[in-house]
Ligand binder design. Structure first.
Ligand SMILES: Nc1ncnc2c1ncn2[C@@H]1O[C@H](COP(=O)(O)OP(=O)(O)OP(=O)(O)O)[C@@H](O)[C@H]1O
Ligand SMILES: [Mg+2]
Length: 234
C-alpha cells in the first residue's frame, strides 16, 4: 500500500558525551516517511545524516523524542524487541555492501530469512525471487569477489528486501560505485519505492537528487525538508 506513514520521528534528538564535550549529533527533528516514496537525506560530512538514519533504523536510541515504526513506538522497546522490529520492518543497505565473503550471493540473501526461521520451507525460493528482482539471479552461485561493486550492491539490496520489509534504509549505497553502477543501483531503489516501499537514502552525492521524491537536508545537526530543488546548496 502506498502513501501510508510507515516511519515517524517526533522531536527526536541525539547527543553524545565525549570527555568534557557534549556533541549534538542531531537537533530536535520531526519528520514523517511514507510508503511509495524515495527520500534522499543530503548534507555535508559530520552533519548528522547517519545519526538520523540510525534513529529511523532503530539501531540507536534517541536521547529524547519519539520514534514510531509502523505504529510501534520504538524508543520504548527493549533491545531484543527492537531486533525483532528491525528484522520485520527494515532492510539495510550500506556503502561497503557487507556481503559475507565465503558465502555465495544466494546464501548471503538467505541470511535474514534464516535469522527469522532457519528451517522454513521456501527460504531458498524467496532469496531467488529477491535476486531476480534486482537482476542477479543468474549470478546467485557466485561468491562476492566474483562480482563487480555494482553487482555486489544489487545483491545487498536483494538481501535487504528478501523479508519484504516496508522500509529500506541505505547509507551511502553508491559511494563505492562507478557512475554507470550508480545509475543501475539507484534505478533499483527507485523501482522499490514505486512498488510501495519507503526507501530512504543517505548520500553526499548531489547527483542522486534526480531520483528523489523528497529531499531532507541536514546541516550541523539540523534536518529540514527541502521544499524546492533550487533551494539546495550546490
Ligand atoms: N558514537 C558516537 N560518539 C560520539 N560522537 C558521535 C557518534 N556518532 C556520531 N557522532 C558525531 O555526531 C556528528 C554527526 O555524525 P554522523 O555520523 O551522523 O554524520 P554524517 O552526516 O553521517 O557524516 P558522514 O557524511 O561523514 O558520514 C559528528 O560530529 C560525529 O562525530
Ligand atoms: Mg554518515
Amino acid at each position: 500500500m502506498k502513501n501510508r506513514t510507515i516511519a515517524e520521528v517526533m522531536q527526536v534528538y541525539k547527543t553524545y558525551q565525549t570527555g568534557d564535550t557534549l556533541i549534538t549529533a542531531l537537533h530536535s527533528t520531526s519528520l514523517q516517511f511514507k510508503t511509495g516514496e524515495l527520500t534522499l537525506i543530503l548534507g555535508p560530512s559530520g552533519s548528522g545524516k547517519t545519526t538520523l538514519l540510525s534513529l529511523l533504523g532503530c539501531v540507536i536510541y534517541p536521547t529524547g523524542g519519539d520514534v514510531f515504526i509502523d505504529g510501534q513506538q520504538a524508543n520504548l522497546l527493549s533491545a531484543n524487541e527492537l531486533s525483532v522490529l528491525r528484522l520485520g520492518k527494515i532492510g539495510f543497505v550500506f556503502q561497503g555492501f557487507n556481503l559475507i565473503a565465503p558465502l555465495n550471493a544466494l546464501e548471503n540473501v538467505m541470511i535474514p530469512l534464516q535469522l527469522r526461521n532457519n528451517k522454513a520451507a521456501g527460504n531458498k525460493q524467496k532469496a531467488e525471487a529477491a535476486l531476480e528482482l534486482v537482476g542477479m539471479k543468474d549470478r546467485m552461485k557466485n561468491l562476492p569477489k566474483m562480482l563487480s561493486g555494482g553487482q555486489q550492491q544489487r545483491v545487498a539490496i536483494a538481501r535487504a528486501l528478501v523479508t519484504d520489509p516496508p522500509i529500506i534504509l541505505c547509507d551511502e549505497p553508491t559511494a563505492a560505485l562507478d557512475p554507470k553502477s550508480v545509475g543501475v543501483v539507484m534505478e533499483e531503489l527507485k523501482t522499490l519505492a514505486i512498488n510501495g516501499k519507503s526507501v530512504i537514502v543517505v548520500t553526499h552525492d548531489m547527483r542522486l537528487k534526480q531520483y528523489a521524491d523528497r529531499i531532507i537536508y541536514v546541516d550541523n545537526g539540523l534536518a529540514a525538508e527541502v521544499e524546492h530543488l533550487s533551494l539546495l546548496p550546490h
